[in-house]
Ligand binder design. Structure first.
Ligand SMILES: *[C@@H]1O[C@H](CO)[C@@H](O)[C@H](O)[C@H]1NC(C)=O
Ligand SMILES: *[C@@H]1O[C@H](CO)[C@@H](O)[C@H](O)[C@H]1NC(C)=O
Ligand SMILES: *[C@@H]1O[C@H](CO)[C@@H](O)[C@H](O)[C@H]1NC(C)=O
Ligand SMILES: *[C@@H]1O[C@H](CO)[C@@H](O)[C@H](O)[C@H]1NC(C)=O
Ligand SMILES: *[C@@H]1O[C@H](CO)[C@@H](O)[C@H](O)[C@H]1NC(C)=O
Ligand SMILES: *[C@@H]1O[C@H](CO)[C@@H](O)[C@H](O)[C@H]1NC(C)=O
Ligand SMILES: *[C@@H]1O[C@H](CO)[C@@H](O)[C@H](O)[C@H]1NC(C)=O
Ligand SMILES: *[C@@H]1O[C@H](CO)[C@@H](O)[C@H](O)[C@H]1NC(C)=O
Ligand SMILES: *[C@@H]1O[C@H](CO)[C@@H](O)[C@H](O)[C@H]1NC(C)=O
Ligand SMILES: *[C@@H]1O[C@H](CO)[C@@H](O)[C@H](O)[C@H]1NC(C)=O
Length: 462
């Protein structure tokens, strides 16, 4: 088993990359297979609507790759409509029809709204709790396309008010999960994404309290979830009446830990109790980058860099897609998590933009390179062309302690599409970037035969 060591490698020493070394964008990011697949799923409307979350796991045989549907009160129900909205946005960015046909972009918008409309029933009463942040994503997209949309504004404000109701001033955080003992106040690293809702809403209604809540939540997470080496705990349990930290543990990661701090060096019996769930690490990377974007506060940029550095330093060397937990034993098998890969790719593209804002072109190229390299390896491992596979990607791990691995994940696909949009926004990809070596329908050719690893890119990163 692996123990934690403080990474002594300085990033500066491993960034010999220049802008010229940026690897090619995988054209699969802009494949017409994406709207085809999403629109096929979108047309299958049940009453009431149920939402795709993961694809069937073994031993479903020929049903592998088919979506499993869940009721609307599930933390992931916003991702499918939000993915459709991202495709609509893609059509606005590239109206020439090269990346997405105009009628597909229009259909994505229409179906995105059909699938998001029922989410408004969760505004004041739901069982998704802090995850109203994720649930509100489709409406953020509507606002991005039309900032004056008062309907979407009201929805976003309602979800933010709900999230604010989960803020506890003694703890200084919004509560993630509810617990039978209300004094046990659980905060998960994933919540760093949900608090962005406070900024989206505050930009509409000017409520400064929301911004203070987000900052306080981020500051406590920075202090209590992030280890000295830049890795993270999944769950921190606070006492809601005293604000004290009473436990640091994992729920979906490999190793649990109660009332024991990770020791960095030398490895001790305690240190093996720590583990880093790779999707949680990716949520943290994105969340702290977003905090820097929204506040300009250097400490959030530093934290985003530390989390991201830990992430790239611990990626596997054969294919960069991380295992579900960095500390899960490598043998007998160690399922990967492509959702961690796509969330982290989006996070690093975002971080690259923030380095540019900070005037750091070396840092900007580094994260851009890392993100594209990870996307390339994600495509090579897990991009599924078979017509009976309904997700875009495979090899996601929803929850390995529950043996839910090697599936398609609706949020993995969402961040794959988002990364594609971000590259377009950044001007790294353009509206012709999808016209690479790719034919449809699938002819059985593995993507690794057309996508070769950029010379030295992955190895330079680790
Ligand atoms: C359509 O959706 C339902 C759930 O709403 C699901 O049970 C069914 O398998 C889906 N059909 C197809 C062809 O995907
Ligand atoms: C909240 O929603 C649940 C179903 O999700 C329902 O059973 C309950 O009655 C609702 N409560 C209120 C106050 O509307
Ligand atoms: C405004 O947003 C709502 C909610 O997403 C959507 O249903 C509606 O079509 C949008 N209207 C306009 C004019 O953009
Ligand atoms: C929180 O602290 C209060 C007051 O000290 C105590 O009564 C309660 O049991 C504690 N809760 C937990 C979960 O430790
Ligand atoms: C801002 O949000 C807080 C928390 O929801 C609320 O108590 C307060 O009334 C709001 N302030 C304004 C000016 O709307
Ligand atoms: C960064 O923050 C600005 C507001 O300051 C916001 O408009 C923009 O959407 C944010 N960028 C991202 C990628 O979230
Ligand atoms: C530039 O970015 C890299 C990677 O985030 C970071 O290690 C380095 O400290 C940054 N340099 C400056 C001068 O901020
Ligand atoms: C990726 O998933 C496929 C099944 O979808 C599986 O056969 C393969 O072993 C997985 N690859 C890895 C590296 O886990
Ligand atoms: C992955 O999930 C399967 C069930 O789908 C399970 O049998 C297997 O043990 C899991 N892999 C690991 C390493 O836990
Ligand atoms: C557009 O992107 C493609 C591949 O991503 C590249 O080959 C082409 O040179 C780019 N075109 C322009 C005008 O930048």
């Amino acid at each position: 088993m692996k123990s934690f060591r403080l990474s002594t490698i300085s990033l500066a020493a491993i960034i010999p990359l220049s802008v010229h070394a940026i690897p090619d964008i995988p054209p699969e990011l802009y494949s017409t297979l994406i709207p085809q697949r999403l629109l096929t799923t979108a047309q299958n409307i049940s009453n009431p609507l149920t939402y795709p979350e993961w694809t069937k796991i073994a031993p479903y045989g020929n049903q592998l790759g088919q979506w499993q549907y869940f009721n609307i009160n599930t933390w992931t129900s916003g991702f499918f409509p939000a993915s459709l909205m991202l495709l609509a946005e893609r059509g606005q960015t590239c109206p020439d029809g090269q990346i997405i046909a105009a009628q597909d972009a229009q259909a994505s918008l229409n179906f995105g709204r059909v699938w998001s409309a029922p989410l408004t029933t969760l505004e004041t009463n739901n069982s998704v709790k802090h995850d109203v942040g994720f649930i509100s994503f489709p409406f953020w997209e509507d606002l991005k396309m039309n900032p004056g949309n008062t309907t979407a504004q009201a929805i976003v404000n309602a979800f933010a008010a709900y999230l604010a109701g989960r803020y506890n001033p003694i703890v200084g955080c919004t509560r993630s999960w509810d617990t039978p003992d209300p004094t046990q106040f659980e905060v998960i690293i994933d919540n760093m994404i949900n608090i962005e809702l406070f900024f989206v809403s505050a930009a509409l209604n000017g409520n400064q309290t929301y911004i203070e809540m987000a900052k306080s939540h981020a500051d406590h997470t920075m202090q209590n979830h992030v280890r000295d080496d830049g890795s993270t705990y999944h769950v921190v349990v606070y006492n809601s009446t005293t604000g004290a930290v009473i436990a640091r543990e994992t729920s979906q990661g490999y190793a649990n830990e109660r009332q024991v701090y990770c020791t960095l060096a030398p490895p001790s019996a305690d240190s093996v109790l720590c583990s880093t769930w790779t999707r949680g690490q990716a949520w943290g990377m994105y969340g702290f980058t977003s905090m820097f974007n929204r506040t300009g506060d250097q400490k959030y940029l530093d934290t985003a860099r530390r989390l991201s550095t830990f992430y790239v330093n611990n990626l596997p060397k054969d294919n960069l897609v991380p295992p579900w937990d960095f500390n899960a034993p490598a043998s007998p098998d160690r399922p990967r998590d492509t959702s961690s890969a796509t969330i982290a790719s989006s996070a690093m593209l975002f971080l690259s933009q923030m380095e540019t804002r900070a005037g750091n072109s070396t840092g900007s190229s580094f994260w851009l390179n890392a993100a594209i390299s990870l996307l390339r390896d994600t495509v090579s491992l897990a991009y599924r062309r078979e017509t009976n596979w309904q997700a875009i990607l495979s090899n996601g791990t929803a929850n390995n302690p529950q043996q839910n691995n090697n599936t398609g994940l609706v949020y993995g696909d969402y961040y794959f599409i988002k990364a594609g949009n971000m590259l377009l926004d950044m001007g790294v990809a353009n509206c012709s970037s999808g016209t690479g070596p790719m034919t449809l329908p699938y002819n059985g050719t593995a993507s690794s035969t057309t996508i070769t690893k950029p010379s030295g890119a992955s190895t330079t990163l680790i």
